[in-house]
Design a protein around this ligand. Structure first.
Ligand SMILES: *Cc1c(COP(=O)(O)O)cnc(C)c1O
Length: 345
């Protein structure tokens, strides 16, 4: 790569090892349940998280939608953060396709929903009300800066949900970043959850796919919902072979991305006209101050001329998000700093 792409971790390409595994993957018809590589990936992912079963899905959006369709019947209500991916960036799929009503609660700066807010939002049994079925949390919580939620917090939400006969779903697109940040296992970071979705793509580098996890009955029903959404894939072992490397190998190096993110944030602090807003896990948010001689659009163009891709955060003119991933080595962090100083100097 002769360019440095900080826009997202979704831009990563499969590693050479993944491409090799994909070329040689043993495959079968996964709609018949006969793809050994898919079956292995689903079983090994489930085992890592201490869950009974797993399902390979096409994307995180599909995994979340399948989870919601499986947990919540038409006309029921689910509780979610107002800044959650399922609310902001999934086209309202739960309403459009599932007839599910979202009840949103304010996401706090630490990524959590207040337990008291959750408790107050749970409906009592009354003919006026929809029935509450599910609580959804997001870990890491992306929009507030990829903030990791602790296992203790997750367990407390699970306990509250279960005391009220609700289920807990975690949108864990970057759950391994959260586990890395707390230095706990995948099973510990989701403690108490009934279902989880995580991305094989993004920081883990696989080209396509997410995994949905839950108990056997849940995954059996989720399987039907995947099919109706057009997610029944045939020789998907080609994708699963990259997924196996993602879960076993790429998860082991995420601390490097977190360290590089911390290093980038630290070095940005000494760059004139830049204000660092936050750094959590692999994300750095920073602000281009009014005092800079370039507008945000000019800054983006100038950086692009130096083969560094950055873009303002949607909805904010001066806020930028830099996401660290396996392409962004410590040397490249230094190149980014030198270049920003140069174009703003
Ligand atoms: C990326 C992401 C998803 C799913 O995205 P897809 O592009 O559909 O794979 C879901 N939730 C969060 C928090 C995400 O960051």
């Amino acid at each position: 790569m002769d360019y440095i792409d900080l826009r997202s971790d979704t831009v990563t390409h499969p590693t050479p090892e993944m491409r090799n595994a994909m070329a040689h993957a043993t495959v079968g018809d996964d709609v018949y349940g006969e793809d050994p590589t898919v079956n292995r990936l689903e079983a090994e992912a489930a085992a890592m998280f201490g869950m009974e079963a797993g399902l390979l899905v096409t994307s995180g959006t599909q995994g979340n939608l399948i989870a919601l369709l499986t947990h919540a019947p038409r006309g029921s209500e689910i509780i979610s953060g107002d800044k959650a991916h399922i609310i902001l960036y999934e086209q309202g799929g739960m309403a459009a396709l599932g007839g599910i009503m979202p009840r949103t609660l304010p996401v706090q700066d630490d990524g959590t929903l207040r337990l008291t807010d959750i408790q107050a939002a749970i409906r009592i049994d009354d003919q006026h009300f929809p029935r509450t079925k599910l609580v959804c949390i997001e870990n890491t919580q992306g929009t507030v800066g990829s903030v990791p939620l602790s296992p203790e917090y997750t367990q407390s939400v699970a306990d509250l949900a279960h005391q009220n006969s609700l289920k807990l779903h975690i949108d864990g697109a970057r759950i391994f970043n959260a586990a890395t940040a707390y230095n706990v296992s995948a099973a510990e970071i989701i403690s108490g959850a009934d279902s989880v979705t995580f991305c094989l793509s993004k920081g883990l580098g696989a080209p396509i796919g997410s995994i949905l996890l839950g108990n056997k009955d849940f995954i059996k029903e989720a399987h039907r919902n995947r099919k109706i959404l057009g997610g029944g894939m045939r020789q998907a072992g080609v994708l699963a072979s990259a997924g196996l490397i993602a879960i076993h190998k790429m998860t082991q190096r995420l601390h490097e991305d977190h360290r590089n993110a911390a290093d980038l944030a630290e070095k940005l602090k000494s760059v004139p006209h830049i204000k660092v807003l936050s750094q959590h896990t692999s994300f750095v948010f920073f602000w281009l101050e009014e005092s800079a001689k370039l507008t945000p659009a000019e800054f983006t163009t100038a950086m692009r001329k130096h083969n560094i891709l950055l873009s303002p955060y949607p909805g904010y003119e001066r806020k930028f998000r830099a996401v660290l991933h396996y392409w962004i080595t410590p040397e490249r962090v230094d190149t980014v700093i030198t270049t920003i100083k140069q174009v703003l100097g």
